[in-house]
Every structure is written in structure tokens, then in C-alpha cells.
Ligand binder design. Structure first.
Ligand code: SF4
Length: 363
């Protein structure tokens, strides 16, 4: 019998039997009624065929959550519209669009870092509606973004002079959407900088609480608070290697261009990527650092991918019982219908039993 994953890779011209197989093995659910509908199955197949970094990390967090979201397509609108998510999306929009408003000839005339910073900050806040201009988080994020860019820009000015700096200062790519048909992966790269040796650096902006630090990377721009350090070098490399592998291929890698609401695939030109960085905008001075990613650094996500394919073929994604299942997972109301879930928490602690009862009241 052909495997579930082979059918997903085939994607088009599926037989009735293949649709049935995917429905029975992956979509049908005992806890929630999902009708047999070829359009829904096609959508699920499209969602699983191309995996993204976010979904790898979701799978690491909880395979069952991955299954509910990515395969069964059960989304929770509350999470999608959470304030943190909204701020993050809007801030990313600002970091991208501000470059359409920056006038390079004006920028290079500013002779102090303060003037450069103020100019970038004003261009960022110009993107926000009058009503929201005074929201503290936007002010804070954009001010930090302006500081980070000012640091980057003045470093380039100092090294090669303002006149020659345009191609290094203006990001080479922003919000670059990639579809890799060899790895079956998709992703959006926030930014690609051209470095002074004319190689490229992939960048990822983070707007949440800083998680990754490498003490020796701190360029002494400010004293580090040791309590804030959460050393996690492996995850930095894992994230950057995902982007590196996503675009580092000689064929079958496409950039996705949206024209009048329709996505068009175009060949991606060769990018000589040698470095990468993950910058936490809230704490850019401790986190902005180009690191080498010449090699494929980490196979962690490849292992996750094998586990996902295994789950797809077996039609089974285990639950990962976590202490925050009740408080932070929007799928607890589905999991609570599963005996394995209730049994697990009943055994653990009376505290969870209370939470379980509260949840069961609503179903
Ligand atoms: S409630 Fe817990 S087990 Fe269920 S999907 Fe969420 S994290 Fe996974």
C-alpha cells in the first residue's frame, strides 16, 4: 500500500481511495466531527507538504498540537489575534516597510548617530495610525529598531565611508518568501544584508522576550544583566540552519511573489550566504551578532522532519503532557476528551485534577 506521506507528496490527481486513506488515517477525529470533504483534504495536504520552521518548533512543543493545527486545520482565532502576535506582526511590517520611506541621500547627510536614529524612528512611527502612535510597545520596539539600525549603519559608514555604503545599508531582501521543492519547506526570511565582503547574511527579527544569548558575543554596548541570560546557542544555530538550508540549493528553490493576490513562483538568484543573525529587537545590543553559517550546522530539524513523516505514516501524533496544557494551550478542550489525557493528569497531582474538572465543566 502506498504510504500517507507518498500521497501527500503526490498532492494532485488523487484517486478516491487515496482521499479515503488520508481522511481515515489523518483527518477523521473521534473528539471533533470533521466531515469527509475533498476540498478540506486538499487543504490539509497543502499544509503538510511544505513545512516551515514554526511548525517544526510546534511539533517539538507538542506533536498533538501540531496535528490539530497543521493537519486537521483546527485554528484558534484567539491565539491568532492575541495582542503579542498582533504587535509582532505589525512591528515586522514596520521593519520591512520603513525601508520604502527612507531616503538614502538624506540619511547619509546626517552627521550624528542621534540624527540617524531619530530619522529612522520617525519613519517607523509614520507607518502607525495617529490613534496608535502612543502605544508604549510600538514606541519601545521602533526606538530599539532605530537604535539597532543606527549601530549597523554607523559601523558601515565608519568602515567604508557614507558615499559607497548604499548597497550595504539598504537590505538586499526583505520579507523574502521561499518555497523549496527539494526539501519541501517554506519560510519567510525577514531580511538579507549584504556584508562588506559582498557575501550575504540572513537575519531574523524577534520582538518577544529575549531567549538566546551567547555571552561572548556581547559587544559591550551595555552591561549584561546576568539574570537575563538564557544561554541557548543550539537553538540559534538550529533556526539559522533552517534558513540556510531553505535557500541554499542550486535548483528547485523559488521566491514567492504576490501579484494582485496571486502567488507566483520565480527562480531564486544565487545568494552567497555566509552568515546569519537573530536579533531580539528589545535587547538588540546583547543579541545582534553575525555568526558563520557556511556549513549546514545542525540536523535537529531534519530529525524532527523524520518524526513528522513517521507520524503522518502512522497517523499518530502523541500528546506531550505539559504543566501549562490547561492554562496556555487552546486545544485543551479537545485533549480533555481523550482518556490518555485525563488519566495522565489525574495521576500527577490534585492541583491538576481541579483544573481538569473545571475544563470538563465546559464540554
Ligand atoms: S493540551 Fe497539552 S497535550 Fe493537548 S495539544 Fe495542548 S499541549 Fe498538547
Amino acid at each position: 500500500m502506498v504510504s500517507n506521506y507518498d500521497i501527500i507528496l503526490k498532492q494532485k490527481n488523487l484517486t478516491d481511495l487515496e482521499y479515503k486513506q488520508i481522511y481515515n488515517n489523518l483527518i477523521k477525529n473521534d473528539s471533533i466531527y470533521i466531515p469527509f470533504d475533498k476540498n478540506l483534504i486538499d487543504k490539509s495536504i497543502r499544509r503538510i507538504k511544505y513545512l516551515s520552521k514554526t511548525y517544526y518548533f510546534l511539533f517539538i512543543r507538542c506533536p498533538r498540537k501540531f496535528e490539530l493545527m497543521r493537519i486537521k486545520g483546527i485554528y484558534n482565532t484567539q491565539e491568532m489575534y492575541s495582542l503579542g502576535g498582533l504587535y509582532g506582526r505589525n512591528a515586522h511590517f514596520g521593519f520591512d516597510k520603513v525601508w520604502d520611506n527612507i531616503n538614502f541621500k538624506r540619511l547619509i547627510k546626517f552627521n550624528t548617530t542621534e540624527k540617524i536614529r531619530n530619522y529612522i524612528y520617525i519613519k517607523c512611527t509614520d507607518l502607525i495610525s495617529k490613534l496608535e502612535k502612543n502605544l508604549k510597545l510600538y514606541k519601545f520596539l521602533f526606538l530599539n529598531y532605530a537604535n539597532y539600525e543606527t549601530f549597523r549603519i554607523t559601523h558601515i559608514f565608519n568602515r567604508i565611508g557614507a558615499e559607497k555604503s548604499k548597497k550595504y545599508i539598504i537590505p538586499e531582501y526583505r520579507e523574502l518568501k521561499i518555497e523549496n521543492h527539494i526539501r519541501n519547506e517554506v519560510g519567510v526570511i525577514d531580511v538579507i544584508h549584504r556584508l562588506l565582503d559582498d557575501s550575504g547574511a540572513i537575519g531574523d527579527y524577534k520582538t518577544g522576550k529575549p531567549k538566546y544569548y551567547e555571552l561572548e558575543w556581547n559587544p559591550n554596548r551595555e552591561q549584561l544583566d546576568p539574570n537575563k541570560i538564557n544561554y541557548d546557542k543550539d537553538n540559534i544555530k538550529t533556526e539559522l540552519s533552517f534558513y540556510y538550508n531553505l535557500i541554499n540549493s542550486f535548483s528547485d528553490v523559488y521566491k514567492v511573489i504576490n501579484i494582485d493576490g496571486i502567488n507566483i513562483l520565480k527562480d531564486l538568484e544565487f545568494l552567497n550566504i555566509k552568515k546569519g543573525f537573530i536579533v531580539y529587537i528589545k535587547d538588540w545590543y546583547n543579541t545582534f551578532k553575525y555568526i558563520n553559517i557556511k556549513e549546514t550546522i545542525n540536523s535537529k530539524l531534519d530529525n524532527v522532519k523524520s518524526d513528522i513523516i513517521d507520524g503522518i505514516n502512522k497517523g499518530y501524533f502523541p500528546m506531550k503532557f505539559r504543566s501549562d496544557c490547561f492554562d496556555y494551550c487552546e486545544y485543551a478542550h479537545i485533549c480533555v476528551k481523550d482518556k490518555e489525557f485525563t488519566d495522565n493528569f489525574k495521576q500527577i497531582h490534585p492541583f491538576y485534577l481541579e483544573k481538569l474538572k473545571n475544563l470538563e465543566k465546559f464540554i
